[in-house]
Design a protein around this ligand. Structure first.
Ligand code: ADP
Length: 397
């Protein structure tokens, strides 16, 4: 069966086409600038990249163009004949309602719509993409995979904010957590690497990319995570501030910054970009720092220090830890960042092996000294593959 995975943003759609079972990637690509006069498509299959402009005034036209390319164009058709059997959608916010992936029906659509209150930037385009895909492929089962689902196992003690309790009851103000598909995938993979069952591992998974989050996993289930009501909380990110004293916002508001400005400031102008004044991109910061740019170095130092603190906190929450896992663009590739994060963690049983660390870039590998302490693993994430797997399982059920 061919399974299409869609990740719909406000003006872009990323897609991957898999052959299932087995997750063989047949083609992938992205349509950008949907709604503008000139949208663009980058399509990859059989190691070749094709780029062209197209007309995509809305998500429906973009999805039609994607399907056309996949079925009739350069991509996929002759790798595996036949129609697309199912479509899996990445949905950012599933609230408390969705503890796993689900087949989409009217009730699911209504819930995703309702959850848009909590994720106004993400759920509406996710929903638009789902509706467009349902229209274009009415025969194919459609599945929603939620970033929040893996974290619905977080206990009340960890998801409750110390605010008036009726804000939770009235408005659903609580920790939800994100990147769940990635944390779940790497936690399961870590268990497999260590020869354990998927519910036989305690680990701390560090998804470090443009957005970053850390999760504490007990017996295969999320028990705490650094992102909260929204993906703004936790460690500093490319442009997001992560944890700050909330009174900073009241102070700045008194100084004349309005709420919309503060929202942009915290989400788009902060993080390692804000500290360095240079870039949100870790590669650039590492290069700049090596040339002596002090605030690029400070941004890297703050990022690593804050990730380290979460690892310590989650070790305390878990009691016993089998593995620390690094994933995401930074976690998979940035050797120096992993080294700095693990520096000084030997008293917690976390011993990084430098030569091994230096060798594991963009691939799976074990980078601890192997002296019986906590395993340190690098595991490339595969959110789309995990969505394809869930979609296939629900489609054949
Ligand atoms: P997203 O959250 O958008 O999916 P990614 O997981 O792709 O982001 O991570 C992007 C981050 O990974 C960027 O900060 C980028 O600089 C960083 N990164 C990618 N490759 C490397 C590398 N070789 N060394 C250091 N950082 C890297």
């Amino acid at each position: 069966m061919k399974v299409l995975v869609l990740n719909c943003g406000s003006s872009s759609i990323k897609y991957q086409l898999f052959k299932m079972p087995g997750r063989a990637l047949l083609a992938k690509g992205m349509v950008e600038r949907i709604g503008s006069k000139r949208a663009t498509m980058v399509h990859q299959n059989r190691g070749k990249k094709h780029e062209h402009d197209l007309v995509a005034r809305d998500h429906e036209e973009a999805i039609t163009a994607i399907l056309d390319t996949l079925m009739n164009g350069e991509g996929g058709a002759d790798d595996l004949p036949g129609p697309i059997g199912a479509v899996g959608h990445r949905v950012v916010h599933g609230g408390e309602a969705f503890t796993g992936s689900v087949r989409i029906d009217d009730a699911v659509l209504a819930s995703i719509d309702k959850m848009a209150q909590l994720a106004p930037l993400h759920n509406p385009p996710n929903l638009t993409g789902i509706r467009a895909a349902m229209h274009a492929l009415p025969e194919a089962p459609q599945v929603a995979c939620f970033d929040t689902a893996f974290h619905t196992s977080i206990p009340q003690v960890a998801y409750t904010y110390a605010l008036p309790y009726d804000l939770y009851e009235k408005h659903g103000i609580r920790r939800y957590g994100f990147h769940g598909t990635s944390h779940r995938y790497v936690a399961r993979r870590a268990a497999a690497i260590l020869g354990r069952g998927k519910y036989e591992i305690n680990c701390i998974t560090c998804h470090l990319g443009n957005g970053s989050s850390i999760t504490a996993v007990r017996e295969g289930r999320s028990i705490d995570t650094s992102m909260g009501l929204t993906p703004l909380e936790g460690v500093p990110m490319g442009t997001r501030c992560g944890d700050i004293d909330p009174a900073i916002l009241f102070f700045l508001n008194d100084c004349g910054y309005d709420i919309a400005t503060l929202n942009t400031l915290c989400n788009k102008q902060s993080g390692v970009l804000g500290i360095s004044g240079r870039s949100n991109d870790m590669r650039t910061l590492l290069e700049e720092a090596s040339r002596g740019h002090q605030r690029a170095q400070l941004a890297i130092d703050v990022f690593c220090y804050r990730v380290k603190k979460y690892i310590g906190a989650y070790q305390a929450a878990l009691g016993q830890v089998d593995a620390v896992v690094f994933t995401g663009g930074i976690g998979e590739n940035a050797v120096a960042v992993r080294e700095k994060i693990c520096d000084g963690l030997a008293p917690l049983g976390i011993h990084l092996d430098r030569p091994r660390n230096d060798q594991v870039i963009g691939k799976e590998g074990r980078i601890d000294t192997g002296d019986g302490g906590v395993a340190i693993l690098v595991i490339p994430t595969d959110e789309e593959g995990a969505i394809a797997e869930d979609t296939y399982q629900l489609a054949i059920a």
